[in-house]
Design a protein around this ligand. Structure first.
Ligand code: ADP
Ligand code: ZN
Length: 635
């Protein structure tokens, strides 16, 4: 039958970066700037790597780590804030035949001691460690001992934006990482992140002392992600329709602001037949872990979560990320949506957004105990996100512009696919602003959006008569606009900071200095005509067709025997993944199984060149894979 012995014995471990890429990871070529980064680090340089999620940051330090270890240069220390992920990352390296381990609070004292021994003996190629552990005197003493013997190959600081308080997940422990530069001069350091605006980038350079580092900035574009932002009406129903129409059976993440909402939405989706699970910090830790494991290991789970979920979730086949509430800023939005489509296949980023989101976010900033300067930065960041949500032109252009990247309309966002009709609302904006002004002048107090819109539309509600607001000159001057249109206009004016929202008990609106230019008619205002079905929803049928072809294309091109082979391989993979307690994609990604089904290898030699099959996996799984395929032939 199949000769496992056909595998050629390894004579010497090949050790150039290219050889490691082929031999260990089974990939034919480096992607984008990976080759330059690897070469730079191998020459002893420090590097700041900004690459979008899914860009392939891990290889940038894993390949040099392996090359250097083979040269007798010791261990690479990887700082990662994601304790939950270390297990899978180390598991994936073991699958590829690379000696790796992690040190974090999930290990018992004994287990940790065993890892320390391995470390000191110089056996490890990579060690993952949490920042708070790294900076303990005990761990630094270990590093000192390695350093003296020149056994520290490099430091990789993952999620490096955590060092900045301007980033969206500041970790004070990251600040202490400046010790690496001071104490272990000469050991190359890579700082990696998928998200950094200018402020955060400058902070990373300063705090991590990377002034002399090579900067490798990739495009932040994620062309396979389609961005859609719809007006919030009945968000849960909107979400349900979105999932049913476009993502039946797909894995996805739904973000909500509060734990309570998470519970409600997960329940509703589950009732409607979606395989949905809740995830938030209030759940029992074990249950949370179970849900996360199911999301990673099962197919087609929808995780409904607060932002406590997902940092570093590297499941490659998440097909959509939905936001039922607006995040705090564009960095957060981009990172959360970036969890969709890491495998490069089409994916959707979908958000509902309404006036209340604006009010809530503003309120959170106002009520936070932070200093004024800090609040100013937060407000600026929120405004940029509001600008994105209100945009009537390409979303991607706005997103990339925020990260300092110029681009052209993308053709793959709601506004590009279905350009919204807009109308000149300069006059209406003036009416709205003067209404706010008159009401406040007449009554000596500020009112909320609903009341102001009632006045504009000429509605004699109890509240209107109670305050005599039907006698105002602005009463009824805006009957031509619908309630929705006024709200949309109001959001825009808030986004432009012409209207301030105060939230002391009641949400009330007042004018700011910026209102003056609009009142004078100096600044044109355009309004999305959004009364009809949201444009983004109209384009759905087209979306669906597009996505269906893209996702199913590869599969539909399979002949029936190839299809059968793919099914059998998936079943086999799922068994192996369970036995190894690892997600299926760590064993082989879908693309590898697809290639196997198509090429139908008969011998171990045939496995050469199948992407994702490195030497260790060929040895470990090659015979089984061939057997699975041969069994089909026998049938
Ligand atoms: P990031 O950390 O930047 O989000 P990862 O390092 O997790 O990205 O890589 C994303 C995916 O791309 C992984 O499945 C990885 O194996 C794959 N990948 C990375 N580099 C290459 C490459 N040169 N060729 C093929 N696949 C790659
Ligand atoms: Zn676009």
């Amino acid at each position: 039958m199949l000769a496992a012995s056909a595998s050629p014995p390894t004579v010497t471990a090949p050790n150039t970066a290219q050889e490691v890429l082929h031999g260990v990871f089974g990939y034919p070529a480096f992607r984008g700037p990976q080759a330059d980064i690897v070469a730079h680090v191998l020459q002893g340089g420090d590097a700041l790597v900004l690459m979008p999620t899914g860009g392939g940051k891990s290889l940038c330090y894993q390949v040099p780590a392996i090359v250097r270890h083979r040269q007798g240069r010791g261990v690479a220390v990887v700082v990662s804030p994601l304790i939950a992920l270390m297990h899978d990352q180390v598991g994936a390296l073991h699958e590829a035949g690379v000696e790796a381990a992690f040190l974090n609070s999930s290990l018992s004292g004994e287990e940790a001691a065993a890892v320390e021994k391995q470390l000191l003996r110089g056996e490890l190629v990579l060690l993952y460690v949490a920042p708070e552990r790294l900076t303990t005197p005990r761990f630094l003493a270990l590093l000192d001992s390695l350093h003296e013997r020149q056994l520290l190959s490099l430091f990789a600081i993952d999620e490096a934006h955590c060092v900045s308080q301007w980033g969206h997940d500041f970790r004070p422990d990251y600040r202490a990482l400046s010790v690496l530069h001071e104490r272990y001069a000469g050991v190359p350091r890579l700082a990696l992140t998928a998200t950094a605006d200018d402020l955060t980038r400058a902070d990373m350079v300063a705090h991590l002392q990377l002034e002399g580092a090579g900067q490798f900035v990739s495009s932040f574009d994620r062309p396979n992600i389609r961005y859609t932002i719809v007006e919030k009406k009945d968000p849960t129903q909107q979400l349900l329709r979105f999932i049913q129409r476009e993502h039946a059976g797909d894995a996805g993440v739904v973000y909500c602001q509060s734990r309570k909402r998470v519970e409600e939405v997960a329940e509703l989706l589950a009732r409607e037949g979606v395989n949905a699970l809740p995830y938030h910090a209030g759940l029992d830790a074990r249950l949370r872990q179970t849900h996360q494991d199911r999301f990673l290991r099962e197919e087609g789970v929808v995780m409904v979560a607060t932002i406590a979920f997902g940092m570093g979730i590297d499941k490659p086949d998440v097909r959509f990320v939905a936001h039922l509430d607006m995040p705090k800023n564009i960095e957060g939005y981009y990172q959360e949506t970036g969890r969709a489509g890491r495998d490069g296949e089409p994916a959707n980023a979908w958000m509902t957004y309404g006036l209340q989101d604006v009010v809530n976010q503003r309120r959170m900033i106002d009520e936070s105990p932070a200093g004024e300067e800090f609040k100013r930065v937060l407000r600026g960041k929120l405004d940029a996100l509001l600008g994105l949500a209100e945009a009537t032109d390409c979303r991607r252009v706005h997103l990339l512009d925020y990260f300092g990247e110029a681009s052209q309309p993308c053709g793959n966002c709601d506004n590009c696919l279905q350009p919204p009709d807009t109308l000149d609302a300069t006059e209406a904006a003036r009416k709205l602003l003067s209404c706010i002004y008159r009401v406040q002048q007449a009554s000596g107090m500020a009112f909320g959006a609903g009341h102001l819109i009632d006045i504009l539309r000429g509605k004699t509600t109890d509240k209107v008569t109670q305050y005599g607001h039907e006698r105002l000159s602005t009463f009824g001057i805006g009957a031509a606009f619908s309630d929705t249109q006024w709200r949309s206009l109001l959001r825009q004016l808030i986004a432009r900071e012409a209207v301030a929202v105060s939230a002391d008990g009641y949400t009330t609106l007042s004018l700011t200095d910026q209102a003056r230019a609009i009142l004078k008619g100096d600044v044109p205002v355009r309004l999305r005509v959004s009364s009809a079905p949201a444009p983004a929803e109209r384009s759905r049928s087209r979306d669906r067709a597009g996505r269906a072809t893209a996702a199913a294309q590869a599969h539909s091109e399979l002949s029936p025997p190839q299809q059968a082979a793919l099914t059998a391989l998936k079943a086999w993979r799922s068994g192996v993944a369970k036995a190894h307690n690892l997600p299926a994609f760590v064993i082989f990604p879908d693309s590898t199984l697809l290639a196997l089904a198509q090429r139908h290898p008969q011998t171990l030699a045939d496995l050469q060149g199948i992407p994702g099959v490195g030497q260790k996996k060929r040895e470990a799984y090659g015979p089984q894979v061939l057997e699975v395929l041969a069994a089909l032939d026998a049938d």
